[in-house]
Design a protein around this ligand. Structure first.
Ligand code: KIV
Ligand code: ZN
Length: 525
């Protein structure tokens, strides 16, 4: 009989972070990992340790600090990768997992690896054995599994399980599979590999969304016997993304009848919070009509629907919004709220902050509290988001004045504080510049460029209201190219959207300046 527990393997911090423009730093990853633990996912794939020192440190820190889920590190079937993954996940002890992968499809074997089938099997087996010398919990992924000849895939699965793999994950790496076909493939593997039936090894799936079928394929696989699903919050990931965790989990829960009672351990009430945190931390907005977590997911526009919902919610709602964390009542803070109240609310929101962070956020809170009547949780989270950057504020905004209108040339005056020397001999210089632009944001950013002696091209700019009301905080996210074709993210929030833009841009400048000290190697496996 099939076991009914579905393992939720979250790869937001690994495959999700491979999404162009979604990179996060250590502090941001740690906040996301802590939230994933509150969401009660079973496994957090925290990164690809061999890729860079930064990735190694994030996996190691998450393995040390985040309790609850298993912590996995990705590795190619190459000793240096596996050794790095083994070292990075070590602090997780028995909760550590090494995830090794190697491409198995004909096209990858011939054109990418130049290796015959026998060699692929040998390398996969060696990789798994080496990983087992570090941990008992080893996952193997035959990359491009869905396009691999089924007979060969069976051979690979049996060989890696014999070598010690405890989970075998079948990736639809390029999002090529169709649900029925993918389900049949998983059913076949389930039938011919005895360890999948006995539960000695777990069969997993990892679906990409190139044809918009990642969730459908994952669910078809569950029906066919898959007992681990790999997914990401908001479906972020390489190219068109991965299967979205919230959709997979809520489909399993809402249609438990169809899935014959399979279950997962996710605390669904943490879903919306997780979605917002990930969106904020990696600077990728969630589309309004996105299932479960989009702003419109439970908004009924037509009169007939509204009437129906008022009479009986279930007429037009298949899920209770509160079940996924929408609509939790909140008591907004005001300018009269003290530091302890702000600190306690930040803690409730899930942020783990130092005294220094709280002091800095409280100063901004006071500033904002003077301008708007209520400071909602989302406003506060937006302010905190700007501080979880772990980027030293080499340049910070001291003053901004703008004038613009329909009949005048927009101008901006910007005064910045520049930390020239750190710590005891801390030296700060204050510099000012003014200029024009085709709008107030352009004028302000040009002045920042001149003062900081950088030259950034704004590749992406988005503005959204952090909370509700005309006086909501504007939250700006930018992606800036400083000349080396890397997109440097930045974020800022304020009731004034020009100020929020200047803060976001300065945040990118500061990130760019420290990134010079820690170059990141390409993440191409
Ligand atoms: O898409 C893929 O094949 C992957 C593997 C590393 C599992 O991300
Ligand atoms: Zn992937």
């Amino acid at each position: 009989m099939k076991n009914n527990r579905i393992v939720i393997f979250d790869t937001t911090l690994r495959d999700g972070e491979q999404c162009p423009g979604a990179s996060m730093n250590l502090r941001e990853k740690l906040e996301v990992a802590r939230q994933l633990a509150r969401l009660q996912v079973d496994v957090i794939e925290a990164g690809f340790p061999v890729i860079s020192e930064g990735d190694f440190t994030s996996v190691q820190t998450i393995a040390r600090e985040v309790k609850g889920p298993y912590i996995a590190g990705l590795a190619r079937c190459v000793p240096k990768d596996i050794e790095a993954a083994g070292a990075a996940i070590k602090p997780a002890g028995k909760r550590g997992r090494i995830h090794v992968f190697l491409a198995t499809s004909k096209i990858h074997r011939e054109f990418k690896l130049g290796k015959p089938q026998d060699e692929i099997v040998r390398l996969a087996v060696e990789g798994v054995k080496l990983a087992r010398s570090f941990v008992d919990n080893v996952e193997f992924s035959p990359e491009d599994g869905s396009r691999t000849e089924p007979e060969f895939l069976v051979r690979v699965c049996k060989a890696v399980i014999a070598a010690g793999a405890t989970t075998v994950n079948i990736p639809d790496t390029v999002g090529w599979a169709m649900p029925e076909q993918f389900g049949e493939l998983i059913a076949r593997l389930y039938q011919v590999v005895p360890e999948f039936q006995s539960g000695a090894a777990v069969i997993s799936v990892h679906c990409h969304n190139d044809l918009g079928l990642a969730v459908a394929n994952s669910l078809a696989a569950v029906r066919a016997g898959a007992r681990q699903v790999e997914c990401t919050i908001n479906g972020i990931g390489e190219r068109a993304g991965n299967a979205s965790l919230e959709e997979v989990v809520m489909a399993l829960k809402t249609r438990a009848d169809y899935f014959a009672g399979v279950d997962c351990g996710v605390n669904t009430r943490e879903i919306v919070k997780s979605s917002r945190l990930v969106s904020r931390m990696c600077g990728l907005l969630v589309q309004r009509s996105k299932a479960i977590v989009g702003e419109n997911a439970f908004a009924h526009a037509s009169g007939i629907h509204q009437d129906g919902v008022l009479k009986k919610r279930e007429t037009y709602e298949i899920m209770d919004p509160e079940e996924v964390g929408w609509g939790a009542t909140e008591l907004p803070l005001t300018k009269h709220s003290g530091r302890a109240a702000v600190a306690s609310r930040l803690k409730t929101l899930g942020f783990k902050l130092t005294e220094g962070d709280v002091a800095a956020i409280f100063a901004r809170f006071k500033d904002i509290g003077d301008k708007k009547k209520f400071v909602y949780d989302d406003d506060l989270a937006a302010l905190a988001g700007g501080h979880i950057t772990e980027v030293p504020e080499t340049w910070s905004l001291d003053y901004l004045g703008v004038s613009s209108g329909t009949q005048m040339v927009p101008t901006a005056t910007v005064r910045l504080r520049h930390i020239v020397k750190e710590n005891a001999g801390k030296e700060i210089e204050v510099m000012q510049d003014a200029g024009t632009g085709d709008g107030p944001v352009d004028a302000a950013l040009k002045a920042i460029d001149r003062l900081t002696k950088t030259h950034g091209t704004l590749m992406d700019y988005s503005l959204r209201a952090a909370s509700k009301g005309k006086d909501a905080l504007g939250e700006v996210t930018v992606k800036v190219d400083f000349g080396d074709r890397l997109l440097v993210p930045g974020k800022g929030a304020s009731t004034d959207i020009v100020e929020a833009s200047a803060r976001a841009y300065l945040n990118a400048v500061n990130r760019y300046l420290i990134s010079g000290k820690e170059p990141k190697v390409s993440s191409e496996p």
